[in-house]
Design a protein around this ligand. Structure first.
Ligand SMILES: [Zn+2]
Ligand SMILES: [Zn+2]
Length: 294
């Protein structure tokens, strides 16, 4: 073979070997990275599952000390359960404070005042909800209890809404619980924070780090820190997104010293009652400790 051709062949072979090794290393590292991430998430899930089991076993003894709350879910307007099914099951699951927070989205013909109005209409007619008694406590609270059973469990159903506020042309979700009537839709974030500072309501930053679901993001959390009662850990995201988003939320909330609350934000049947936030009293605005399971 000609020496020139031999050198060319050798060089080509060397370049090809280097390139093949590089490609192999990159693919291998990528594979190793992705698999270690999933192993990490899987281990976390096993630990979480074990603690969930332990928690559920001790849930009833804990309930002697604390109240259970869940303050963000959707009725069949854009969820999966009817108001009746939500209330009956929330009561059965021993929640003490519960809120249905449908979207304030008149453009989509969603009426977030409907769940509360429906229950109020039952009270007006003197009806029960499948045997459960309902009593209007104030303009935004309905007591749910079983009249026939002495010392029965009591649940307070609080009127709530998930508002689509506007922030730099984008929709941003905030949750308001304990309001008497629905506000004007599609106003600026500033408008709602100003309005609700004057009212005795609970303000939640819903899923703040989910840009595709209208989370308010870090800058707004920092800006409105003093106006927000709770930063939400959200039970509606599938794995691994739920894990990633909620870990970030918890980290940032700790850094900003903001309390967190775990809510289901249920739109599908299976996750209406999968988060547990413990509160210490009826005036739970100030503190809550969360038990949160995806
Ligand atoms: Zn939302
Ligand atoms: Zn929601």
């Amino acid at each position: 073979m000609l020496p020139f051709l031999e050198t060319l062949l050798n060089t080509t072979l060397t370049v090809f070997t280097i390139m093949a090794s590089l490609v192999y290393c990159t693919v291998f590292s990528l594979f190793a990275f992705i698999s270690s991430f999933f192993i990490y998430v899987a281990i976390n899930q096993i630990v979480l599952f074990a603690s969930k089991k332990k928690f559920l076993n001790s849930k009833f003894s804990l309930l002697k000390k604390y109240y259970l709350a869940s303050l963000h879910c959707h009725s069949y307007y854009d969820g999966a359960l009817t108001v009746k099914d939500i209330v009956l099951n929330a009561y059965k699951n021993k929640y003490s404070f519960f809120s249905i927070t449908d979207h304030l989205e008149p453009k989509l013909s969603i009426d977030p005042s409907w769940p509360f109005a429906y229950l109020k209409s039952l009270i007006k007619k003197g009806k029960t909800l499948c045997g459960l008694s309902l009593k209007l406590i104030n303009n935004h609270t309905i007591k749910v209890y079983n009249k026939k059973v002495p010392d029965s469990h009591v649940m307070y159903l609080i009127q709530g809404v998930e508002i689509s506020a506007m922030d730099k042309g984008k929709k941003t979700h905030i949750g308001i619980v304990g309001l008497n009537k629905m506000p004007k839709p599609y106003q600026a974030l500033d408008y709602y924070f100003k309005k609700y500072q004057k009212e005795n309501v609970l303000i939640m930053a819903c899923h703040p780090f989910s840009p595709n679901n209208c989370g308010m993001g870090l800058l707004n959390l920092e800006k409105y820190k003093k106006c927000i009662d709770f930063v939400e850990l959200n039970g509606s995201f599938p794995l691994p997104f739920g894990y990633l988003i909620n870990s970030k939320t918890k980290r940032v909330a700790n850094r900003l010293k903001m309390p967190t609350i775990a809510n289901t934000d249920s739109h599908i049947k299976s996750n209406y009652f999968n988060t547990f936030s413990f509160v210490f009293s009826f005036s739970f605005w100030t503190s809550a400790s969360c038990w949160f399971f995806f």
